[in-house]
Design a protein around this ligand. Sequence first.
Ligand SMILES: Cc1cc2nc3c(=O)[nH]c(=O)nc-3n(C[C@H](O)[C@H](O)[C@H](O)COP(=O)(O)O)c2cc1C
Length: 362
Amino acid sequence: MAGLFDKLEMGSISLPNRIVMAPLTRARAGREGVPNALMASYYAQRASAGMIISEATGISREGLGWPDAPGLWSRAQVEGWKTVTDAVHRAGGRIVAQLWHMGRVVHPDLGRGQPISSSPTTAPDYAHTYEGNKPYVAARAATHGDIRRIIADYIWAARNAILAGFDGVQIHGANGYLIDQFLRDGTNLRTDEYGGSIENRLRFASQVLEAVGDAIGMDKVGIRFSPNILTQGVEDSDPTRLFTALATRLEELKVPWIELREAHQPTSAGAVPTAPVSPAMRPYYSGAILLNSDYDGPSAHGRMAEGIADGISFGRPFIANPDLVHRIAVGAPLNPGDSATFYSGGAKGYVDYPTLNEAQAA
Ligand SMILES: Cc1cc2nc3c(=O)[nH]c(=O)nc-3n(C[C@H](O)[C@H](O)[C@H](O)COP(=O)(O)O)c2cc1C
């Protein structure tokens, strides 16, 4: 049985340990979504992770609806990310880009016109905009032309990720964004080949994966899902059936790794989890499964021992503990994170969390 400190091969990426940094939006890239030196410092501080998954990164203006989040569609964004990937590699780390299209939760103030989803629905609650919270706007259903164009945007962003020096990409299929909006029958009301049966609802995710795999090599591609939570109003009547079918499809496509946000407690967004789906997916998928949510060192060791997970990804613990790997190795206590600075911009609560050595020296 592998442990957290064993090596792991995931396609073309070799991880020296199985403690992965989960994707974390930190809203430090400015209105043009261009990564900068501050972001390079933040990621380099965390380079001892087995692998870093970047914060969610827009594939297009249309798909990016989070203030000050980064993108990967422009030359300036590619150049900005190069400083980040260089810093991580110089510090001995590995980093993949999480590729994001937010679908119906892109407010027109940030995106481009009316948002797009699988079907004409409206997300509940409020969008964060530069002028504060605003109600979401009704989405229109993607046409076949839109779907082709969005897949082309994924290809473009994935190629840009490689140009920018990333070791690979993770497709964001979790948390109620566009791919999740296609997967689940609560938001996918289509009657064409992209809706209805599970087979049809898997089509968009499958086509994105195939296209990105053809463009940069499937050995550099992973994907994230959140099977057991309802987020941003996106839910399914039978997540176990949906995600076991998906596991079979990922096996056929030879996707080398997946990350599952499998919550145990209500999430920061207030989503209440249903039963874990990873045990049902495991028999159908032979690639690496990274499990996420609510772990600390001891619970992560325990989870690995159950034999479902090949690695554990940590979100909030990595925000507050740049040396999380070392702390888990020596069983040290973890710094608590300050949620007030998660998205606040600037260096405070971003690059100033102490390592264990710094804390002991102080
Ligand atoms: C500040 C913050 C930003 C997040 N940003 C992203 C993101 O960009 N992409 C994503 O897939 N999940 C995102 N998440 C979810 C985390 O990756 C993770 O699933 C969640 O924090 C639960 O894991 P944890 O208990 O280890 O923190 C975010 C969570 C937080 C707290």
